[in-house]
Design a protein around this ligand. Structure first.
Ligand SMILES: O=P(O)(O)OC[C@H]1O[C@H](OP(=O)(O)OP(=O)(O)O)[C@H](O)[C@@H]1O
Ligand code: HPA
Ligand SMILES: [Mg+2]
Length: 172
């Protein structure tokens, strides 16, 4: 990421952890779906891989959507963001359902951070509805629906990236 500001440098952000359990993540995805239920119906869901796969599965189950596509984008190597690479775009069948601009399609990702991924997704499908579970301030304007905002200098630790481990007591 081209962010030289020490407050939001990868190290600073990794230093302010926000761990999310499976239980919490499931609850947040359900809360997101309640909001999306008021916006739809949607023809199909597009999960932004890989982080969007888990929320997309939960949202699809709750909304009864069975057509699920992926847009495969990679950029972060742990906490540093490099150039975005679209490894796979929208499939022709799903692009057709969205009339070429994404109308009636629901894009799901786990979070927006700098907004770089969201901007790319919006270029691909300008009329789609873009939903994320979490949003940081820089990326928030790109998202149509999200559940929880965290500060820009926070690093969210998702349950699929973490494991339970011993923590020393606060007072040694
Ligand atoms: O708003 P941005 O600064 O672009 O960051 C948000 C994106 O970064 C993460 O994906 P990543 O590229 O790390 O790939 P992954 O989903 O495979 O973990 C996350 O899942 C979002 O897609
Ligand atoms: O805060 C985050 N957590 C996990 N992955 C991420 N990718 C961009 N920002 C984050
Ligand atoms: Mg991702």
């Amino acid at each position: 990421m081209a962010d030289s500001n020490s407050e939001s440098s990868p190290d600073a952000r990794a230093g302010r952890p926000f761990p999310v359990s499976w239980d919490q993540f499931h609850r947040d995805c359900r809360a997101l779906t309640w909001r999306l239920n008021d916006v739809g119906p949607f023809h199909a869901i597009i999960a932004i891989t890989r982080g969007g796969l888990v929320p997309a599965a939960i949202v699809a189950r709750e909304l009864g959507i069975r057509i699920i596509d992926t847009v495969c984008i990679a950029s972060y190597d742990h906490t540093s963001q490099g150039d975005l690479q679209v490894l796979k775009g929208v499939s022709p069948e799903v692009a057709k359902l969205g009339g070429g601009t994404g109308k009636g399609l629901l894009i799901v990702d786990d979070l927006v951070d700098t907004g770089a991924t969201g901007r790319l997704v919006r270029q691909l499908l300008p009329d789609a509805h873009f939903a994320t579970v979490y949003a940081k301030p820089k990326g928030k304007p790109l998202v149509d629906t999200f559940i929880t905002e965290v500060s820009q200098d926070t690093w969210i630790h998702f349950p699929w990236d973490t494991a339970l481990s011993f923590q020393p007591p606060i007072r040694p």
